[in-house]
Structure formats: C-alpha cells, structure tokens
Unconditional design. Sequence first.
Length: 310
Amino acid sequence: MSGPDLTTALGELTLANPVMVAAGCAGTGRELEPFLDLSGLGAMVTRSVTLDPRAGGPPPRAVETPSGLLSDPGLQGNGLQGFLATELPWLAQRQVRTVVSIAGRNLGEWAELARRVGLSPGVAGVEVNLAWPPGSAACRDSYQAGKVLGAVRRDMPRGVPVLAKIAPDVHHVVDVARAVVKAGADVVVVGHGLPGLALDRETLRPALGSGSGALSGPSVHAVALNCLWEVHEALPEVHLVGGGGVRSGFDALAMLAAGARAVQVGTTVLRDPGAPGRIVSELRQELDRRNIASVAESIGHAHRPEGEPR
C-alpha cells in the first residue's frame, strides 16, 4: 500500500511499522490470531516469562475502573522451559517479530533468563520488565534498575537488542532511564500501569485479590505521554517506545511526536482484539492527512520550535 513510510528502527531492530502489542495483554499470541495478522505488526511482546512456573495472583485479578483497568495477574505462566518448548516455536513458525519479556526475582535469575532467551531462535529482542510490580525498587531506584540491566547485558548474547521497560513514574523516570541506558539498554520502553487501588462497593475491602494493582488504559495516557516527553527531552538520542492508553492512530502519533520511535498497545486489546491492526491503519491516515511522509519525520515533532521544518 502506498502512502507514508511506516518503518522504524529500535537500535539495530527494524520494524515494518511502529505498533507493538504490550506484554501481558495478548498472552503469547495465540489469543490474538483469530483477530489479526500477527506477522503484520511491528512486533509482538510476549507476557513476562519467569524462570520457574508461577500460579499467578489470587482472584479476582482485574477490576474495571473509570477510564481504565486495575489488574494484578501475578505473572502467571509455565516458566521458561515451557515457554521455550511450546510458545516461542509457535510464534516463530508464524514469522512473528517476537520480543520476549522477562522478569526475574534476583540478579542470578535475570542473568539466566537473558542467556537462555537470547540464545533461542526466533527472538528479535528481549524486554526487561523493570516496571513490575508497580512501586517496586527497580521501578523508582536508578541504582537497582542499573544493576538489573547490567546483569542482563552481561549475559545477553551479542546481536540481541535489550529493551528496558520502566514505569511512568513522574518523580524518577528520567533518572531510571539514564541508568538503564548507561548499563547497556539499547531501547527504553516508557509505559506501564500506575500503582492503584479499588474498593468493593459492598465490602469496602480491596476489590483485587492481591490488594493493589496496576492501573492502565485511557486514564494513564496523559501521564505516560508526559513521562515520555521528559525522557526524550533529557535523552534525545535514546531510542524510546511509548505505552499507556494508546487506543487510536492519533494516540500513537502523539507518542511518536513526544519522542517515541514505536508504541505499545495494551489494555485496549482486551476490549478490541483487532485494535493493533486498526491502529496501524489509522496511524497511516493520520500521517497522510498531515503530509508527513514517514514515521521517522514524526518522531519528536512536538519538541521542535514552531515553524521548524521536519
């Protein structure tokens, strides 16, 4: 299809378009296959894979809130061995550009996850989930975040891009971003749920089984966009991915204009499984309507002085 050039680069990773599915919102891809062509996405980020199997958090794990979703799935999964044996091969067979999200409990686990995932065929990149659980030390402490990235980078095979996913914490986001880049991250993903709590209307007790959780969806879009803006302003050469409340082509374009090179679509997939494909089409229309020839031209547009050529 003619029109704007949607290709974009994240470090050495080239994407056909800038729309990615965020970790956790589509499992490992099978759930979305009836609704869209996964190979047509910029990339698919798997749910966060842990070294050992996890039963997940106590139910209920998700509660709707005004303009958003509060959730705590507890990183349920069958562990790294099960993922490498069944889920990653399924994605590779369908030629899906796959970024594997990993989550460790200590530096030893982070290092082993990095080594084993990085050596596996079909992996386009590895996303280090520093944003879970919301409010954890790695979310807000640049020193802890840097230590994790150092362990991952040290054991990651050459040629595998490392994406560091950090929470949109308004007080610490720039410091954490700077730390993970210094420790070896190729790309910084700015976007995750914010810490939140909902109470049951009848019992006045926490509505989630685990108590608090991550608030995501439209309600966090403005905060995520602001954090992305601040990171790009402070670190303009760093390759960024934006996430948080992306529901439309314009939302994606706003993330690009604020400094992202790609965007992640998360919570909206739960309501509209075909949303990532729709957002790609809408983004193309948004660029075309503004006579913007490529995604590359739109990156950081909102930071440029008015009247400055693209």
